[in-house]
Structures are given as structure tokens and as C-alpha cells.
Write a protein that binds this ligand. Structure first.
Ligand SMILES: [Zn+2]
Length: 350
């Protein structure tokens, strides 16, 4: 598979210029300085808050946690299935499961489902700001580990066999969680864009995690085949585009702001192509979820056309959002997990 190096590198550079794209999360990732702070989403208020990462020695953790909590969260253990019960909120209450180590909001009760595995299962965290993902190659297979972004507690793993709407199964140890009943007020909406290789496009939108973007996922949409795989999409027979679905809080970031990013990070004038990546899966497209999104998308395209920023005609398709098929887990948050800088320079398979 071909991946555009120059275009996406340039795109990320442009995205980086957007003032509110600067995020303290990057400082944290690099080790940070004295005033090291990270952004964490408060599921009750819907606000992003700057907090200090929580770091403790094993001895300190042992004083705070039960032996089983310590074993699971600090030593990456796994509790026995079907043994521990996960508390549920009282009827009519909103339940938020927090990190047992540091109290960070992790999952909401309304995103919990019965998977039959014997471990609490969720299809979405409260925000990707609060969860960290790492590749885990133990047990002789590739899995994605889920950790608390604030204290690094091991929580569990995320798999591709969850229910709609995300298709994800966050398989979490119940001892890593503590339930708090709250009155959550946060709202969310979805936006879906296609603009070439989805690794780099997702990385660009994830720079806005502290600015109102709650989570992202990459997938395939706009085609005709059901449940396509990456290979199906690359065979150019399914009609799907590589796309990014952005879940955002409209009171923090507007759809127009997301459209601005979309127009900045790719070339909307090349038909079925981004740089060297050629094929309908690399087409430029906006999939609107509401009539209002449609109006804003069409207006922004017309304005861009009028501004003559691009010499050539804008070929971006604007159409209704159709079923979104999440891509395989190894494509999700690709650059964060691989530790590489966002540049779609990697060639996978053939
Ligand atoms: Zn934590």
C-alpha cells in the first residue's frame, strides 16, 4: 500500500500552526518540564481540565491499593473472570467508572455492555484524553493495552469485536475501576471526513483532543460492501473511502472549526488521489450527519472555491453519512501506538 509522505507531512505542519492545536499532551509524552500538566476530560461537567500526572512509587501505591488492585493496575495483571462484580449505578443515576488509582473518569455506565467474557466491557471511553493505548505483544499475539492517561494504571485491552456504534470492546478489569454516581451534562456530536490516508488525518484531528474533540476512530464508509476489511477497501471494489469519524462536544468546538481543519490538512483538488496515493478510497469527502452540517460543509466549500486559495477546482464530495465500518484495531491511533511522528511513510503489506 502506498502512503503519501510529503503531503501528509506538510498537512501536519499546517495543522500544527492552528493556534488551538497546541496541546500539553505532547509535552507529557516527551517527559515534560517542571510545570508538566496534562489535559483530562471531566465526564460530569464536560470540561477539559489541566491536571498534574500522578506518579508514585510501588511502595506508595501499595498503601493506597488492595493487593489485587496493585497486581492488576501496577503489574499489568488480569483478574479472574466472573469473580469480581462491577458495581452499577442506582436507577436513574448516571454512573461514571473512575480509575481506582487516581480517580480519572474512564467509562460511563451507558457505554457498558454484557459481553459474556466475565470482565466489564465498554464500547467507548469518556474521552481519548483519559485513556492511553500501547501495543502489547505478550501472550504471543498483538493486542492493544488500555491504560489510565493520568497515572498509567493498566486497565485492560481493547478489541475489535464490540457492538455498534463503535465496534470496540474495552475489556477492563473491574478492580481497576470505581463507580461514582453523578449528573453528567456533557453532550457529543459526530463528524466524518475522508481526506486520504486515514492515519495522518486521524492524527491531525487528535491534536484537538483538548479543544473539544472527545474521540476519533478510523474506518471505511461511503461504499456498498458490508463489513469491509482493509484488503477489501484497497482492492478498490467496495467503493469505500478511508475516513475518520470525530466525536466532539459542540459547546467546545464547532463543526465549522472541524471543517477548517479538514480543508487545511489535504489537497481537495485532486480527484481520487492524495499525493502518490491513488484510488477512490483516498478521495476527498465530507459525510454530513445533519442538515446543518450539510449547509456548513457546502458553504465552506463554496467560500474556499471563491477565495482562489487553490488554483484548481475543488472536487470534494459532500454526501450523507452512511454506515461507518471501524477499521482494524492496528489502524486506530496508528502514530500514537507506533511512537512515530505523523507522516504516512509506512508501507504495510503490498
Ligand atoms: Zn489513573
Amino acid at each position: 500500500m502506498r502512503k503519501s509522505i510529503l503531503l501528509i507531512t506538510a498537512a501536519i505542519a499546517v495543522a500544527g500552526l492552528i493556534v488551538w492545536a497546541a496541546s500539553d499532551r505532547h509535552t507529557y509524552a516527551k517527559g515534560g518540564g517542571k510545570a508538566e500538566m496534562i489535559n483530562i476530560f471531566n465526564a460530569e461537567t464536560g470540561q477539559v481540565e489541566k491536571v498534574k500526572p500522578v506518579r508514585k512509587t510501588d511502595e506508595e501505591w501499595k498503601k493506597l491499593l488492595t493487593p489485587e488492585q496493585f497486581e492488576v493496575t501496577r503489574l499489568k495483571g488480569t483478574e479472574a473472570p466472573f469473580v469480581n462484580t462491577c458495581s452499577v449505578p442506582a436507577h436513574g443515576k448516571v454512573g461514571i467508572y473512575k480509575c481506582v488509582g487516581c480517580g480519572t473518569d474512564l467509562f460511563k455506565y451507558d457505554k457498558k455492555f454484557e459481553s459474556g467474557t466475565g470482565w466489564p466491557s465498554f464500547w467507548q471511553p469518556v474521552s481519548d484524553l483519559n485513556a492511553k493505548y500501547e501495543s502489547d505483544n505478550s501472550l504471543g499475539r498483538q493486542r492493544t493495552e488500555v491504560l489510565c492517561a493520568r497515572c498509567g494504571a493498566h486497565l485492560g485491552h481493547v478489541f475489535d469485536d464490540g457492538p455498534p456504534p463503535t465496534g470496540k470492546r474495552y475489556c477492563i478489569n473491574s478492580v481497576a475501576l470505581k463507580l461514582v454516581e453523578a449528573n453528567a451534562r456533557a453532550k457529543s456530536e459526530k463528524a466524518t471526513f475522508a481526506a486520504g490516508c486515514f492515519w495522518g488525518i486521524e492524527a491531525s484531528f487528535r491534536q484537538l483532543l483538548s479543544k473539544g474533540v472527545l474521540s476519533t476512530r478510523v474506518g471505511y464508509t461511503g461504499g456498498h460492501a458490508k463489513n469491509p476489511t482493509y484488503e477489501d477497501v484497497c482492492s478498490h471494489t467496495t467503493g469505500h473511502a478511508e475516513a475518520v469519524e470525530v466525536t466532539y462536544d459542540p459547546s467546545k468546538i464547532s463543526y465549522s472549526d472541524l471543517l477548517k481543519v479538514f480543508w487545511e490538512i489535504h489537497d481537495p483538488t485532486t480527484y481520487h488521489r492524495q499525493g502518490p496515493d491513488v484510488g477512490s478510497q483516498y478521495r476527498s469527502a465530507i459525510f454530513y450527519h445533519t442538515p446543518e452540517q450539510r449547509r456548513l460543509a457546502e458553504e465552506s466549500k463554496a467560500e474556499l472555491e471563491k477565495s482562489k486559495r487553490f488554483k484548481d477546482k475543488i472536487v470534494t464530495e459532500i454526501g450523507p453519512a452512511a454506515e461507518f465500518y471501524p477499521a482494524e484495531e492496528y489502524h486506530q491511533r496508528y502514530y500514537e501506538k507506533s511512537g512515530r511522528e505523523p507522516a504516512c511513510a509506512v508501507r504495510l503489506g503490498s
